[in-house]
Design a protein around this ligand. Structure first.
Ligand code: ATP
Ligand code: MG
Length: 351
């Protein structure tokens, strides 16, 4: 059953669309990540769902009820917004209690529910502290407790991990996922970080310029990006432009022809292949082999990225395990190499 349904929602500022006709169904208990580059309309979409800004067109349904014109406090949603500040003069406990007081919950119930919410984010022992006496990560957790304490039907989180360092971000991400699954709360999680989206979401919705570019399960987007934009955003660094040249052939710009599954496509495309799928000096019998020379070698700890160039001027990045991960000795710059790959190691995407 769909808990949240967006029907062709549009937000225009003056005549310019920030969100341009988005339709989406989110299942009960599902975590959807809205992913996309800065300015693509993620926050605007979330704020319309929350009722903080009116839609220009379209409808929003929650649990079958039309909430399009209801104010935020009538939608029973929990919010954790980008840099959403806590009340500085209130203790942690008072911050979390605030939403319940607004809802006229009895004092005894407030005390009980605040305790549960703070336990959930492992902060019960800091209930009397002021926000300024907490670390950034602890403040984010208070904000999460405050969003959860009202037992929302829907949880809206806008880059809730953006102010945290890498380790805390990872811990908080697991925490949010754990709590969200435990309580079965339908959640919309905004991020511009593809790795974060892939690791936390049931469904990833990739946005571009106010529209949905592609949506699907994390592995779907990662392994089968459907456009040049999606491939690039999902971290496919090799996107080689060219033209379909036969039932299983693709002619790269520069002249080299490679064997790839064409699947009925025609015309200009790009061949998208991840650096991990390019083999350096592998089996000589591979279906596709290009001669090249190492231009730049970048050491990244467990892997080394080799930027190589073919005589026709094609630049590719190939990734190999470094000696630290049991890989072969590093290759020097200027070294001639053979780069090979199987036809199905990459995909064609429309230009
Ligand atoms: N109040 C406003 N008036 C005019 N334009 C606005 C307003 N708010 C947002 N926009 C525009 O709408 C577009 C989408 O903005 P939005 O904040 O939704 O992007 P975002 O995807 O959340 O980006 P970021 O990752 O940087 O937070 C942007 O081009 C932005 O400049
Ligand atoms: Mg934003």
């Amino acid at each position: 059953m769909s808990e949240v349904v967006l029907q062709s929602i549009v937000k225009r500022y003056e005549a310019v669309p920030a969100v341009d006709n988005i339709s989406l169904s989110i299942g009960e208990g599902e975590l959807v990540a809205l992913l996309g580059p800065s300015g693509c309309g993620k926050t605007t979409t979330l704020r319309m769902i929350g009722g903080f800004i009116p839609v220009t067109e379209g409808r929003i349904l929650v649990g079958g009820r039309d909430v399009t014109h209801l104010p935020p406090n009538k939608r029973n949603m929990g919010f954790g917004f980008q840099n959403y500040a806590l009340f500085p003069h209130m203790s942690v406990g008072e911050n979390v209690a605030f939403g319940l007081q607004m809802r006229k919950v009895s004092r005894a119930d407030i005390a009980r529910r605040v305790k549960i919410a703070l336990d959930r984010v492992k902060l019960a022992h800091l209930s009397d502290r002021l926000p300024k006496q907490l670390s950034g990560g602890q403040q984010q957790r208070v904000a999460l407790a405050r969003a959860l304490v009202i037992e929302p039907d829907v949880l809206l989180l806008d880059e809730p991990l953006s102010n945290l360092d890498a380790q805390l971000r990872n811990e908080m991400k697991l925490e949010i996922r754990r709590i969200q699954q435990q309580l079965g709360i339908t959640t919309i999680f905004v991020t511009h970080d593809q790795d974060e989206a892939l690791s936390i979401a049931d469904t990833v919705v990739l946005m571009r310029a106010g529209r949905i570019e592609q949506q699907g399960a994390p592995d779907d987007l990662f392994e089968r990006p459907a456009s040049h934009f999606a491939a690039e955003f999902m971290g496919v660094t090799n996107l080689l432009p060219g033209e379909v040249a036969g039932s299983d052939r693709f002619r790269l710009k520069g002249g080299d022809t490679i064997l790839v599954p064409v699947a009925g496509r025609a015309g200009p495309h790009a061949f998208a292949i991840r650096p991990e799928r390019l083999e350096i000096d592998g089996e000589a019998s591979a279906a596709n082999t290009l001669s090249a020379e190492v231009e730049i070698a970048t050491y990244r700890g467990l892997v080394i990225d080799y930027r190589v160039k073919t005589p026709s001027g094609l630049c590719l990045t190939a990734r190999r395990p470094s000696p630290a991960a049991g890989g072969p000795a590093p290759l020097p710059v200027g070294r001639p190499v053979r780069v090979s790959f199987a036809p199905e190691a990459g995909t064609l995407v429309p230009m």
